[in-house]
Unconditional design. Structure first.
Length: 241
């Protein structure tokens, strides 16, 4: 996406292509209203009414911005944020009826960029959308290769060269997404424990040892000598592409 040169009269940033916005909400009337209003301002709009649909849509058509409700029927919106953050830095604006400060903190700590409380002003939401889309870069393909496995982090699927694809648990996916989102970077034990299990688990390092061992057995060609899911003793873990 090119560098914006200003806003057009319709109220969207001037770019060399329309910004793609994924709107996620389980209220049909609100979803329709946002789709119509954003499309009228020349945004390319995708919609989803639950968390799983949102993750599938984001994987198939990587958005430039996500507008996300927290109260979804299948997944908590914070879990959707964490799943997206596993593979993409796309800006996320939370649009939620949860007004408590703890809800805002949890969403922002999970990786949201902004938080708008319902009921809301459409003009305010549009202004915040314009602000974050000014800094959007090209979306990345959420796929990595680990041993003989091709892992799609967007829709959480694995294809194995021998056809025997392993099943990962929800916690294993969360760990893998965080590590693969930062290839080559050391992710501390404390950071992983906080992001996957939450505050208060910072000292439970045995959780990490157990789950990383599971991931290596499932994905590495030689789990005893891993090439991709590496341990930095006493510090944390690293994904080596």
């Amino acid at each position: 996406m090119g560098t914006p040169t200003g806003d057009d009269p319709a109220g969207r940033p001037a770019t060399d292509r329309a910004a793609r916005v994924l709107v996620v909400d389980d209220e049909p009337q609100l979803l329709r209203a946002l789709r119509i209003n954003l499309a009228a301002r020349h945004y390319d709009v995708d919609t989803a009414d639950d968390g799983e649909s949102a993750l599938r849509t984001a994987a198939a058509r990587p958005p430039d911005l996500v507008v996300l409700d927290l109260g979804l029927p299948d997944l908590d919106g914070v879990d959707v944020i964490r799943a997206l953050r596993g593979w993409t830095p796309v800006p996320i604006i939370v649009l939620s009826g949860r007004a408590g400060s703890s809800d805002k903190v949890h969403a922002l700590d999970a990786g949201a960029d902004d938080y708008v409380t319902k009921p809301f002003s459409l003009d305010e939401l549009l202004a915040r959308i314009r602000a974050v889309t000014r800094r959007v870069g090209p979306a990345e393909t959420p796929t990595v290769t680990i041993g003989r496995h091709r892992v799609d982090l967007g829709d959480r699927t694995i294809v194995a060269a021998d056809g025997d694809a392993p099943h990962l648990t929800r916690t294993e996916w969360q760990l893998l997404e965080i590590l693969c989102a930062h290839p080559g970077k050391l992710i501390t034990q404390t950071s992983l424990l906080q992001r996957v299990w939450g505050p208060g688990y910072e000292t439970q390092t045995h959780y990490l040892r157990q789950y990383m061992a599971h991931l290596r057995r499932k994905l590495e060609d030689d789990p005893a000598r891993p090439r991709h899911l590496l341990t930095e003793p006493g510090m944390g873990y690293r994904f080596a592409p």
